[in-house]
Design a protein around this ligand. Structure first.
Ligand code: SAM
Ligand code: SF4
Length: 443
C-alpha cells in the first residue's frame, strides 16, 4: 500500500524550492503526495526563522498536526531553518515530532521518515552536492526556481541566515544550465535563480556570466534572480540588464535602512551614498524593489527621519518592510542592551509611516500604467506577471506559458487589471503533467 505525504511550507523562495526537492525525494522512494493533511501518513513542516512571528506560526501549525498524530498515527517531520537552529531542543519542546532535518539534508527525508531522528550538520564544502531538481514536477508550469547557491558569508547583525543556512557554496554553472534546459524541455518559460546572496555567486563563473550562460538555453524567455547584496553588485551585472534580452528589468536590492549610522550597526558594509551610486548606474527601465527594517536597536527619531527621506527620494517600485525581530546568535541581540531596544509601539508607528509612504508611491506607479500595454507571461488562467514583476489580472483566453499583450484598464496597490490584446509568443505544446503532483502549501 502506498504511503502519502503533505508538505507545509513557510518562508522564502529557498524554502519553496527545498520543499519541492523533498517532495521529489519522497516520490522517488514511493511516497504519493496528497493535498489534504488529514489523509497524509507524513506531514512535513518546512520552517522559517527569519523573524520570531515565523517561528510562532510553526508551533501553532504543529499544534494542529499533533491532533492528526493522536487520531491516525500521522508521522510529523520538521525541516528548514527552525529545525537547523533548534535541533534537539525542538524535539524537547514538541516531543510528538518524529524527525528534524536541516536544509543540507533534503535527500534524507524518506530515510528519516522511517527511522526518526535529527540530521542537521552543515555540509559546507565545495564537495556539497546540490539536490538535483526533477523537471517533471515543473511540467505544465510557466515559471520555476533554480538554486544557484546556498548559505551566506555575510554577518549582518540582524540576520539569522548564516546560522541556519551555513557558509556560501555555489553550484557549478554547468549544473545550473543543465537544470534550466531540463525545465525548458517540460515547458517552463521563466526561471528565477535563487540564493540568499545570489549575486556573490562563484560556481566557476561570475554571476553575470552565469546569467549569460542561462540566457543561451534555447527556448527560455525570461530570467529573474533573488536576493542580492548591494556590496556584490558588479558593473558587469549592471551591464547584463542592458545586454541580456531575457533578463527581466526588475531588481530586488535590499537597502535595509536609509541612515548610515544604522547601516553601520547592521554591518551592511555600504553607505547610503554608495548604494545610491550603484542604483544610479542601472538602466532607467529597471523596476527596483527593496527591504527595510524599522525599529532596529538604537534607532533614533533622527535616524528614522533619514530613513523616510531616503525612501522619499528613491524611486522604489515596491518595498517589503518589517519591524526588527531579535534573533538568536546574531550581533544585534548581543548589543541590545548597549544600543537600546526600540519600544514596540514606536517601531510599529515607524513601520506605519514607512508603509504609508511606499504604498502611495506604489499605487502611483501602478496607476501611471493605465492605458499602456504591458507584456505578461501567463502563470494561470487570467493571471501573470509583467516584465517588471507586477501582478497582472486580465480578461482573455491565453494559456499557461503564453506571452501576451495586455492593455491596462485599472490599477490597485497590488495588481494591474486589463484586457488581452494579442499574443506575443505562444507556449509550445507540452504534454499534460503525469498523475504525480506535489502536495505543498505555502504560508
Ligand atoms: N540576503 C538578503 C539581503 O542581504 O538583503 C536578505 C534575505 S532575508 C531572508 C529577507 C529580509 O528579511 C531581509 O532583507 C530583512 O529585511 C528581513 N529580516 C532579516 N532578519 C530580520 C530581523 N531580525 N528582523 C526583521 N526583519 C528581518
Ligand atoms: Fe542575512 Fe542577507 Fe545579510 Fe546574509 S546578506 S546575513 S542573508 S541579510
Amino acid at each position: 500500500m502506498s504511503r502519502s505525504y503533505f508538505i507545509h511550507t513557510f518562508g522564502c523562495q529557498m524554502n519553496e524550492s527545498d520543499s519541492q526537492r523533498m517532495g521529489e525525494a519522497l516520490a522517488r522512494a514511493g511516497w504519493e503526495p496528497t493535498a489534504v493533511p488529514e489523509r497524509a501518513d507524513l506531514v512535513l513542516v518546512n520552517t522559517c526563522s527569519i523573524r520570531e512571528k515565523a517561528e510562532d506560526k510553526l508551533f501553532s501549525a504543529l499544534g494542529r498536526y499533533r491532533l492528526l498524530k493522536t487520531q491516525r498515527g500521522t508521522k510529523i517531520g520538521v525541516a528548514g531553518c527552525v529545525a537547523q537552529q533548534e535541533k534537539e531542543r525542538l524535539l524537547r519542546r514538541a516531543p510528538f515530532v518524529d524527525f528534524v532535518l536541516g536544509p543540507d539534508h533534503l535527500e534524507k527525508v524518506p530515510e528519516l521518515a522511517l527511522t526518526g531522528g535529527v540530521e542537521t550538520e552543515f555540509l559546507d564544502t565545495e564537495h556539497y552536492l546540490f539536490p538535483q531538481a526533477d523537471p517533471e514536477s515543473s511540467r505544465g508550469k510557466a515559471t520555476a526556481f533554480v538554486t544557484a547557491m546556498k548559505g551566506c558569508d555575510n554577518v549582518c547583525s540582524f540576520c539569522v541566515v548564516p546560522y541556519t543556512r551555513g557558509r556560501e557554496v555555489s553550484r557549478p554553472y554547468a549544473e545550473v544550465v543543465r537544470e534550466v534546459a531540463g525545465l525548458v524541455a517540460v515547458g517552463v518559460r521563466e526561471v528565477t535563480l535563487i540564493g540568499q546572496n545570489v549575486n556573490s555567486y562563484a560556481g566557476g563563473s561570475s554571476f553575470a556570466d552565469l546569467i549569460r550562460r542561462v540566457a543561451a538555453v534555447p527556448g527560455l524567455l525570461r530570467i529573474r534572480f533573488t536576493t542580492s547584496h548591494p556590496m556584490d553588485l558588479s558593473s558587469d551585472l549592471v551591464r547584463c540588464f542592458g545586454e541580456v534580452a531575457q533578463l527581466m528589468p526588475h531588481f530586488h536590492l535590499p537597502v535595509q535602512h536609509g541612515a548610515d549610522s544604522v547601516l553601520a550597526r547592521m554591518r551592511r558594509k555600504y553607505t547610503i551614498a554608495e548604494y545610491e551610486g550603484r542604483i544610479a548606474a542601472l538602466p532607467p527601465e529597471v523596476a527596483l524593489t527593496s527591504d527595510v527594517i524599522c525599529g532596529f536597536p538604537g534607532e533614533t527619531e533622527d535616524e528614522h527621519r533619514q530613513n523616510l527621506e531616503f525612501l522619499r527620494r528613491t524611486p522604489y517600485d515596491n518595498l517589503f518592510s518589517f519591524v526588527y525581530s531579535p534573533r538568536p546568535h546574531t550581533g544585534a541581540i548581543l548589543k541590545l542592551e548597549e544600543w537600546g531596544e526600540v519600544p514596540r509601539p514606536t517601531a510599529i508607528r515607524r513601520l506605519d509611516e514607512v508603509q504609508a509612504l511606499q504604498m502611495a508611491r506604489t499605487l502611483e506607479r501602478h496607476r501611471e500604467r493605465v492605458g499602456e500595454t504591458v507584456e505578461v507571461l501567463v502563470e494561470d488562467a487570467g493571471f501573470g506577471r509583467s516584465r517588471e514583476n507586477w501582478t497582472v489580472h486580465f480578461a482573455g483566453d491565453a494559456g499557461i506559458g503564453d506571452l501576451v499583450r495586455v492593455r491596462v484598464e485599472s490599477a490597485s496597490l497590488v495588481a494591474l487589471r486589463g484586457i488581452q490584446t494579442g499574443i506575443a509568443d505562444r507556449a509550445p505544446r507540452i504534454d499534460p503533467p503525469p498523475k504525480r503532483r506535489l502536495a505543498v502549501v505555502s504560508a
